[in-house]
Write a protein that binds this ligand. Structure first.
Ligand code: ATP
Length: 366
């Protein structure tokens, strides 16, 4: 199965609009489960549609393996049906007058696959997606989640090398979403299909992807494994978009910086003199610890005294809201805090859990 390569891809929908996608270089490896993640309007769907051939490029080139499927300079455009990719969108159109079995078989009939082979493939995917029991029903007799499974089965039956999915789970309730995520992971492992999956849900991307591409305002912010994206965000946007509760940001710039930021500035200057000028520092709520005993703070850690101003239980975990003049940070803990609102605590963070960004928002510590 081929690698998909996007080079310098641009998309402008015309008029006076800003680019929907700019300077996009993306490589999607064979067998990868790539999630394109980003807020609404960042260009995810446009990117997926360009890969599928449903949208023209304004500039750049797309290759699938050795084959150029789209190139503005060379005037190449391979139509969607010749790209051998399967597409499942948020709204999955099943044929209402065909049974589930016939729906699943649809793409194979279209491609004039011989009967014996069709039967074998249909039975294999129906089994994999656990929809055999609905084979004689019609789509209207199935739930949304079941219909979505049929839509996936219909795609998988034709065995596309590449499966393009645009928020395919967004119509499902929380429980079904979770089940379908597990299902998709299983399908990916079993069929070894290359999957490109568009979502605005960071949790979905973290749980599914082998690689995540984070986008903002039409540009790719970072590509990496879920761990890389989470542990070493390339810039402030990625740091703030991924993580729940969101990362705490201390603004280091300007004369009026807060007492906590000042303390952080001194800590960084002493510990990392070669770092460059920090514009902001991010601390994940789960990387922060608290104690009432100063002696418990490790010597190498950054620490600061703060007041507990809120304790929010989240079912087995707690979020502490902590303040000092001009600062408010959140910390998550799985230990029942034996202190109450009004208590004074020391928070501490290991140096390697600090995310330092320059004044433009780019990660400073390499
Ligand atoms: P969402 O999650 O809301 O679908 P997205 O990240 O998938 O968002 P796109 O749908 O790719 O974003 O849209 C990117 C930008 O291009 C947006 O500013 C959008 O308004 C614009 N856009 C998308 N489709 C068209 C179109 N057919 N004509 C004009 N502008 C469009």
């Amino acid at each position: 199965m081929p690698t998909i390569n996007l080079r310098n891809v641009q998309k402008n929908y015309g008029g006076n609009s800003a680019n929907a996608v700019s300077d996009l270089d993306l490589e999607i490896g064979d067998g990868e489960f790539m999630c394109l993640l980003g807020p609404s309007g960042c260009g995810k769907t446009t990117t997926l549609r360009m890969i599928a051939g449903l949208e023209n490029l304004s500039d750049g080139e797309i290759r699938v393996g050795d084959r150029v499927v789209d190139s503005v300079i060379n005037g190449v455009f391979v139509p969607p049906e010749k790209r051998e990719m399967g597409l499942v969108f948020q709204s999955y159109a099943l044929w209402p007058h065909l049974t589930i079995e016939r729906n699943t078989d649809f793409g194979l009939r279209l491609r004039k696959v011989p009967k014996a082979e069709r039967e074998e493939r249909v039975s294999k995917v129906m089994k994999a997606l656990d929809i055999e029991k609905y084979r004689d029903r019609f789509p209207s007799q199935l739930s949304g989640g079941q219909q979505q499974r049929v839509a996936l089965a219909r795609m998988l039956a034709v065995n596309p090398g590449v499966l393009l999915l645009d928020e395919p789970l967004s119509n499902l309730d929380a429980r079904l979403r979770l089940e379908m995520r597990a299902e998709l992971k299983r399908i990916h492992a079993e069929f070894k299909t290359t999957i490109v999956f568009v979502t605005h849900d960071q949790w979905e991307a973290m749980t599914l992807a082998t690689t995540i591409g984070v986008m903002s305002e039409g540009t790719l912010q970072q590509m990496g494994t879920p761990d890389e994206i989470y542990e070493r965000p390339a810039n402030r946007f990625v740091a703030e978009f991924v993580g729940n509760p969101p990362i705490n940001i201390l603004t280091m710039e300007g004369k009026g910086r807060s007492a906590l930021a000042d303390r952080m500035g001194q800590f960084l200057a002493e510990r990392f003199p070669a770092l460059g000028v920090p514009g902001s520092v991010g601390i994940r709520p789960e990387a922060m610890r608290w104690t009432t005993e100063l002696s418990e703070v490790p010597a190498t850690a950054f620490s600061a005294p703060l007041d507990v101003t809120g304790i929010l239980p989240t079912g087995g975990n707690w979020i502490l809201e902590l303040r000092s003049a001009g600062d408010k940070v959140f910390l998550t803990t799985d230990e029942l805090p034996e202190i109450g609102v009004g208590a004074k605590v020391n928070i501490w963070v290991k140096p390697k859990a600090l995310h330092v960004f320059d004044t433009s928002g780019k990660r400073l510590d390499g």
